[in-house]
Design a protein around this ligand. Structure first.
Ligand code: ADE
Length: 253
């Protein structure tokens, strides 16, 4: 997937993409990452990219011209139809569904703001979508762009060594993940649940789904509202209630 990022701080992008799953996806050609620095497109003597805000007040605003020139360069290189996405705390909050929907796009052009923000005329004329990674204000869009790219990369075929991981994740179907354990079976007196050692895949799957439902109910009940659950999920939830397990996580009690 072709991804272009407009940023004044390419070093943050470099730091966030030079290791782990994302770096492997770039090395394998699954992600074709390009960085465009508006400063390289600034035509003034000092290579300025920002100026004072009209109307007065603290902080600088990113100027239209260098941003637009960087965008023109990005669009010339991007697959046709790649949306322009601005990282902004004013955007729609990014979630797994947004990540999955972006995987099918021809490419992506991510715009990272800095300073107080960017000239609104750029947003009006060129931005297709504004995305926030949460209700807090960061000093720029680079970390949000990394978050968005990482979440997308996990869904591109070949990115995850074990593609079953992503199938498993999608089977969670909007619910929180179930607990995981590895060796040893007993650690400091704490045991791995017996069912996970049983070798009975049906029972293991039931246990995992029940735990996922239970955790979601306990920690993020709003993720469950307005949804319909299968007969099997309803049965697992009922069992969980009957066992008196809901209402609080055991580890929070
Ligand atoms: N830029 C600054 N804060 C941000 C946020 N929370 N999400 C996306 N972009 C941002």
């Amino acid at each position: 997937m072709w991804i272009g990022v407009l940023t004044l701080l390419p070093e943050i992008l470099e730091a966030g993409t030079s290791g782990g799953v994302f770096a492997r996806a770039v090395a394998a050609g699954i992600i074709d990452l390009h960085v465009f620095n508006p400063r390289d497109f600034s035509t003034d003597r000092h290579r300025n990219v920002d100026d004072k805000t009209y109307g007065g007040g603290a902080g600088m605003v990113m100027m239209n011209a260098p941003l637009t020139a960087a965008l023109v360069a990005a669009q010339a290189a991007a697959p046709a139809g790649s949306p322009v996405i601005l990282m902004s705390p004013q955007g729609a909050v990014f979630n797994q569904q947004t990540a999955v929907s972006m995987v099918d796009m021809p490419g992506l052009i991510l715009v990272c703001g800095r300073y107080e923000g960017i000239d609104e005329r750029f947003v009006q004329n060129y931005v297709d979508m504004e995305v926030s990674i949460g209700d807090y204000v960061l000093s720029g869009g680079e970390l949000p762009a990394l978050v968005v790219m990482d979440a997308i990369a996990r869904h591109l075929p070949g990115t995850l060594g074990n593609s079953l991981s992503i199938i498993d994740e999608s089977h969670l179907d909007g619910m929180l993940d179930y607990p995981h354990y590895t060796r040893p079976v007993e650690y400091a007196g704490d045991q791995v649940p017996d069912v996970l050692l049983s070798g009975n895949h049906t029972k293991v799957n039931e246990y995992r789904r029940r735990e996922a439902l239970k955790r979601t109910f306990d920690r993020r009940p709003e993720l469950m509202t307005g949804r319909t659950f299968s007969e099997r999920d309803q049965k697992l939830l009922r069992e969980s209630f009957a066992a008196g397990q809901n209402g609080a996580d055991e580890n929070e009690a």
